[in-house]
Each structure stands twice: as structure tokens, then as C-alpha cells.
Design a protein around this ligand. Structure first.
Ligand SMILES: NC(=O)N[C@@H](CC(=O)O)C(=O)O
Ligand SMILES: [Zn+2]
Length: 420
């Protein structure tokens, strides 16, 4: 196993130094090592994404565990959590083990499957949560993402069930009765365009209900892709009361607004929908404050035929793994400690993921990414490692280049290119 010496690197919160990677660990042991000139580069603990759609099994034409893993590594990630809305749905030990095994075989990031809450994501009956938890995949997070667990009794049962092993229910908060036929955020722009709206209250009502359920049960709730200022207020109050709730925001909800729907370009169609500028500002503030704990990509690759069609027929979702860090950097600036917290440490802590999100100190597993903050890059969809091209940032110039990523001391990305 090759050793690496990252010469002159800036480790978050410390002065430039030399960082030695040996036998998979951050090391202080002298000895031969390949030298990487890292002057001007920042070392972050490897990023951890709690919300990735890898599409395998079932839609390997849009993404596979391997192509999604490569996109993740290129984005600076060392671990991703794969959502359960595959085909077949990841609602059994067999399917989560399959995804977990494919992740190990690809060997580019640690792929941790998320299990479905309900059988087939149908919201009718609880899936085999226990069997998924005790499987080789060791599932701790369950989500029907793409669908809301709308039935309050089922949601309560799910929260009760996972409490025994300190598991988490990650909710896609969308009251389905309030979003029937919805095409975009309900507001001035939807009225102008004559499109059916997805009101903010459809998200806020479910979050309000679920924090009360989580409080009642004493269990852990995680809220996926928070998108409205009102949701932030519900979360703020719940956290102040001591409810065990955590929340994520996506890079696109921190940057883009519903005005983009006026282009009718389905690349901007996403669930939850892009909201207003005041929502964007509230989400940024909540992320800085910690009311929102983490950034998660909601990387949602879709095949060309599912995206390049009429707005009404297009699938919602955007790819995000390869642009997440640059977007966050463009919003937060070089607040490296905050970025490390929201994109690596906090997600690893929430998921109970050992060996990730740890400080880059001697003896720690060498899961890290090297960023060049002075570089700029124009996003070219053709260059993405993801199998899908549905990025809303084509042609946009973004700050920051991911120069290298290491997974347990092995480079997955070097010189900005995937190693395998
Ligand atoms: N975010 C999306 O717009 N789409 C996701 C599902 C989801 O996260 O709700 C997908 O699977 O494509
Ligand atoms: Zn979702």
C-alpha cells in the first residue's frame, strides 16, 4: 500500500503542515512516501452524503452503484447513503445487502443502504426493518423518500420500531393531499405560469406532525430536503424543546428559486420544488445557525427521456454529487470548519458512521478530500462521471476544485481524476 505525504496542506482549523498517510491511517511515522505538493490546498474530512439516489437495482441506465460512487468520490465524498426507491425497492435484507455488496465491489466510497419504511414504498405496511438492521448492510436509517410516510399511525409505529436500536426515520415531508397534481412551488410564479402549485404548508404540516410524533415516542426523526422558511421555524421550536430531530438542506435549495420554472426547462423540476428567495435566505441562515444540521445532495440522476420532455411529464430531480461542495463554497465562502461540520462530521455523527467525519489527526482513518479553493470550473454536463446529465448548473462557473480524495488511505481521485 502506497504511503502519501501531503506537503504544505491546510488542515481545517490549523496552519499549513505536512500530512502523512500510511497503512490507511493519518500517521506520524517517518518513511518512504509519495509526495503530493499540497501548498494552497485544504484538507477536509471526507464528505458524507445522507441522501443519494444510485438507481441500482432497476434503473442502471440512469446510474449504477459504481457510476454514482465515482461521481461521489470526484465530489469529495467518502461515504454515501443510498435511498431505497430502487426497483425492486430496498425493503428487504436481500436488496439492501445487494446494494451494500455492489458498493464494496466498486470500492470508491462507502455505500450505506437506506431501507424503505413501508413495503414497496406504498405506505400501507411496515417493511422488515429489523431484518434490514441485522443484515450485513447494518441499516440504521429508513426512508420512503420520493414518497411521504403520510399515515400517522404507520409513522408512529416506524418510530417506535427503530427506537430499540437507535435507528432513524428519514421523512420526505409532503402531505400528499395538498400536492395532488403539483408541478412547482405554489406562489406568485405558479399563478403567473398557470401551473398547479405545491404549497409550503404541505411540507411544514408533516414536519410539525412528525416532530410531535418523535417527541411522543422519544425516537429519532430526520427531515429530508427542507425547503421552506416555515419548516425552519417548526424545526427551531422542536429543537428548542429537545425533540430528537435533525434536518438536511440540498445545495439547490440553498441557491435556486422558483423563478427558474418560467423557463419551462425540466432540469429545474425537483421535489420538493425550488422555492422563493426569502426561503433560500432562511435556509442559509438555518444552516449557518445549525437549525439545519447538514447539507445532503439528493443526487437524483434521471435518463434523458425522463428529463428532456414536457415539464409536466418530466421526473423531478437533479444530479448533485459533483457540484455540492463548490455550490456550498460559493454560498458560505471559505468557512472551512463550518463546511466540514455540515458536510462531513455532522452527517457521520447522525448516521453513527464510524471512521468518517473524524478530525485528521494521527491514528484516524485516512478518509479525506483535498480542495483547491482558488480554482474555478465551468460545469460541463458531458464531463460528469454520473451516468445522467441533469445538472441545473451547465455553463455555470463555480469555485473550488476537488483535487484528491482518499478512502482509508487509498486514493479514489488524484489530480482531479478518478483513479479507477
Ligand atoms: N428529489 C427528487 O426530485 N427526486 C427524487 C426523490 C426524492 O428525493 O423525493 C428521485 O428519486 O428522483
Ligand atoms: Zn425526497
Amino acid at each position: 500500500m502506497t504511503s502519501y505525504l501531503l506537503r504544505g496542506v491546510s488542515v481545517v482549523g490549523a496552519a499549513p503542515t505536512d500530512l502523512l498517510i500510511r497503512d490507511g491511517l493519518i500517521s506520524t511515522e517517518e518513511g518512504p512516501a509519495e509526495v503530493i505538493d499540497a501548498a494552497g490546498l485544504v484538507a477536509l474530512p471526507g464528505l458524507v452524503d445522507l441522501h443519494t439516489h444510485l438507481r441500482e437495482p432497476g434503473r442502471e441506465d440512469a446510474e449504477t452503484v459504481e457510476t454514482g460512487s465515482r461521481a461521489a468520490a470526484l465530489g469529495g465524498y467518502t461515504a454515501v447513503f443510498a435511498m431505497a426507491n430502487t426497483s425492486p425497492v430496498a425493503d428487504t435484507a436481500g436488496v439492501v445487502e445487494q446494494v451494500w455488496r455492489l458498493g464494496r465491489e466498486a470500492g470508491l466510497v462507502d455505500v450505506q443502504p437506506i431501507g424503505a419504511v413501508t413495503v414497496g414504498l406504498a405506505g400501507k405496511q411496515l417493511a422488515e426493518l429489523g431484518a434490514m438492521a441485522t443484515s450485513a448492510a447494518g441499516v440504521r436509517i429508513f426512508s420512503d423518500d420520493g414518497h411521504c410516510v403520510a399515515d400517522p399511525r404507520l409513522m408512529r409505529r416506524a418510530l417506535e420500531y427503530v427506537k430499540a436500536f437507535d435507528g432513524i426515520i428519514a421523512q420526505h415531508a409532503e402531505e400528499p393531499r395538498l400536492t395532488e397534481g403539483a408541478q412547482m412551488h405554489e406562489g406568485e410564479v405558479s399563478t403567473r405560469l398557470g401551473l398547479t402549485g405545491w404549497p409550503a404548508v404541505a411540507e411544514e404540516a408533516i414536519i410539525a406532525r412528525d416532530v410531535l410524533l418523535a417527541e411522543h415516542v422519544g425516537s429519532r426523526l430526520h427531515v429530508c430536503h427542507v425547503s421552506t422558511a416555515g419548516s425552519v421555524e417548526v424545526l427551531r421550536q422542536a429543537k428548542a424543546r429537545g425533540v430528537r430531530v435533525t434536518a438536511e438542506v440540498t445545495p439547490h435549495h440553498l441557491l435556486l428559486t422558483d423563478e427558474l420554472a418560467a423557463s419551462y426547462d425540466p432540469v429545474y423540476k425537483v421535489n420538493p420544488p425550488l422555492r422563493t428567495q426569502s426561503d433560500v435566505l432562511a435556509l442559509r441562515e438555518a444552516l449557518i445557525e445549525g437549525v439545519i444540521d447538514i447539507v445532503a445532495t439528493d443526487h437524483a440522476p434521471h435518463a434523458v427521456e425522463d428529463k428532456e420532455c414536457e415539464w409536466a411529464y418530466a421526473r423531478p430531480g437533479m444530479v448533485g454529487l459533483e457540484t455540492a461542495l463548490p455550490i456550498v463554497l460559493s454560498i458560505l465562502g471559505e468557512q472551512w470548519d463550518l463546511i466540514a461540520e455540515r458536510m462531513s462530521r455532522a452527517p457521520a455523527r447522525i448516521a453513527g458512521l464510524d471512521g468518517h467525519g473524524t478530525d485528521l489527526a494521527a491514528g484516524a482513518p485516512a478518509n479525506l478530500t483535498l480542495v483547491d479553493p482558488s480554482a474555478r470550473r465551468v460545469v460541463d454536463p458531458a464531463e460528469l462521471a454520473s451516468r445522467s446529465r441533469n445538472t441545473p448548473y451547465a455553463g455555470t462557473t463555480l469555485p473550488g476544485r476537488i483535487v484528491a480524495t482518499f478512502l482509508r488511505g487509498e486514493p479514489t481521485v488524484l489530480d482531479g481524476k478518478a483513479v479507477k
